[in-house]
Ligand binder design. Sequence first.
Ligand code: CP
Ligand code: NVA
Length: 307
Amino acid sequence: MSQIKHYLQFKDFSREEYGHLFARAKWIKDKFKRYEPYHPLFDRTLVMIFEKASTRTRLSFEAGMHQLGGTAIYLNTRDSQLGRGEPVEDAGQVISRMSDLVMIRTFEQDIVERFAANSRVPVINGLTNEYHPCQILADIFTYIEHRGSIQGKTVAWVGDSNNMCNTWLQAAEVLDFNVHVSTPPGYEVEPERAGLYGTANFEQFADPLEACKGADLVTTDVWTSMGFEAENEERVKAFADWCVDAEMMAVAHKDALFMHCLPAHRGEEVTAEVMDGPQSVVWDEAENRLHAQKALMEYLMLGRIED
Ligand code: CP
Ligand code: NVA
């Protein structure tokens, strides 16, 4: 089953494949905006497995599959045998015999890897503790829409070195841009966990203001990710100075954008002024989950489709 193409982390695809996906996302988005039906996945079934909560990921995959002519089925841990100890390898065998594509949101990356190793169909990582590749796919598509190529640009990541941060770091390697990361002490990036295979595009800063200097994009995320709720109290104290504010945006490039994968907590990781301000593109970013993932599903199911 090893020849099947999965999307388990950002570095699973090449720069050239991303070029194709961004072009397809634009084509699919434009067609959708013109209300022109496009059903290349007619009669195909996507199974979505959620072991953590979701609004955007569920909605964008479910609506996206419907819009491409297929069907999406939602499973969660509570209502399926996954929550009662069925081995993930067995679930991979069974679920992939009844579907054409699987999306999983879960805890350890190892779970999606083991599922995929036993799957007869492509598997998509819909967020793990380590990575969130679908979000960064949409974020970079959004950057390109607003500012053109991201190659050579600088992204400032302020906050936790979490699944989003790890994925930005992988994306920087694949697409050749720079990431400045600033985290509180004790929460720094662990290059191995980030899946980094080089450090050329990555610099760590103790001071978030330094990380934002000259950045083309400033971005952040919740201080406490899903699965880490027990650490919330200590994180709220540790991250107090890692709130993206007007001062940080002022030292960034004058055309800098602000992004947040959402859900956001105004007054914690970002001020309301920045979140709702003129440099923020968070709503486009959320919408683009839909268009970018439609391109991803088309690519995994049908390979390269040219206009
Ligand atoms: N950004 C994101 O993945 O949102 P959800 O948790 O709502 O899916
Ligand atoms: N880092 C966050 C992202 C939520 C979309 C989490 O994992 O909870």
